[in-house]
Design a protein around this ligand. Structure first.
Ligand code: SF4
Ligand code: SF4
Length: 322
């Protein structure tokens, strides 16, 4: 089997992943309260966030980074009061940037009609305990041809599993464009230490056979993003780097590799800034105070296992072979 030797970006890009709050208007039983309780409202001064974001972007631009990808998550990011002003500022500061949001889609249709133009990618999680099924469908129908990528992420609630399947099937019948992800409950949000254990073999079988399904029958505003990493293999092949594939191929072990960790900036719900989410580069600042240490950076990876999808696609190379 071919061996991975490098993950590379054809054109340098910076990815900023920002967990803007830990407040959510839902309180899913499979979610860790730390993701929805709201004790970190992140209510800093808008001007300060913008000034410091501008300092970070300018520093990367000076080192020839031309492409930027912003990914907002929470809690529920659309509930954060600075969310829209900051997304508007980003759209204006770098019009061709890629802006993505992970949301529970609970904002009313009128909100999405007004603001959808700000987003390229919307990852819309469906949570059966709280979501209004008719309204989720109505908003999905509206958005499915308005943005590059609308992912309907079906969170597979254990007791209401087949109800979620039925609803996902309904979306598939009605939406002219869809990208459905059947998403097992996962340790990132669950109170469990590991992935959810579905004891019913029929549910496990369903998840084994269903990962994602997609269809496009009507046009949507396709803007190709240059923010893409490629996986290079020692048999000379090269493909778009998909972190799930890398994990499935057991190729996410980069100890001793040179990692361009500064290409991925993480901002947590209290504003602390780190590079990568693996902890290798430590904390380098806070978005409300000092970001002078945030910038392009490389290091030799000392961790045996690179686990997070956004960390895996950071450019890196095996210095023993290339
Ligand atoms: S799983 Fe998502 S939608 Fe549900 S409470 Fe947690 S953050 Fe909110
Ligand atoms: S664990 Fe961290 S340093 Fe190592 S390859 Fe992954 S992102 Fe880079």
């Amino acid at each position: 089997m071919a061996k991975l030797t490098e993950i590379k970006a054809k054109e340098k890009y910076l990815s900023i992943n920002w967990q803007v709050n830990n407040f959510c208007n839902y309180s899913c039983t499979y979610c860790n309260p730390g993701n929805y309780i709201g004790d970190s409202p992140n209510l800093g001064n808008l001007e300060t966030y913008i000034q410091n974001l501008d300092i970070i972007i300018t520093k990367y631009e000076q080192q020839n980074y031309r492409h930027f990808k912003f990914f907002f998550s929470g809690g529920e990011p659309t509930a954060w009061k600075n969310f829209i002003p900051i997304a508007e500022w980003m759209r204006e500061r770098i019009p061709e940037s890629t802006i993505a949001v992970n949301t529970n889609l609970s904002r009313p249709l009128a909100w999405w009609e007004k603001y959808h133009y700000l987003f390229d990618d919307i990852v819309a999680s469906f949570h059966v305990e709280h979501a209004d099924k008719d309204k989720y469908l109505e908003k999905s129908l509206y958005l499915c041809d308005k943005v590059n990528y609308l992912a309907s992420k079906m969170l597979m609630h254990d007791e209401r599993f087949w109800e979620v399947v039925e609803y996902g099937e309904l979306l598939k019948q009605i939406l002219p464009n869809y990208f459905i992800e059947w998403t097992p409950l996962f340790d990132e949000i669950s109170t469990n230490a590991g992935p959810w254990n579905y004891t019913d073999p029929e549910k496990s079988e369903f998840l084994k056979l269903h990962s994602s399904e997609h269809l496009q029958t009507v046009d949507k505003p396709w803007r190709p993003t240059p923010c893409i990493s490629h996986a290079v293999w020692d048999d000379g092949t090269e493909d778009v780097c998909n972190s799930n594939d890398i994990i499935v191929k057991d190729a996410n072990f980069f100890e001793g590799w040179e990692c361009t960790i500064g290409d991925a900036v993480f901002i947590n719900q209290i504003g602390n800034v780190s590079m990568g989410s693996c902890g290798q580069a430590g904390m380098v600042g806070n978005i409300l105070s000092d970001v002078s240490l945030v910038g392009p950076k490389q290091l030799i990876c000392a961790k045996s296992h690179c686990t997070c999808g956004t960390d895996i696609i950071i450019p890196k190379r095996d210095i023993s072979v290339c």
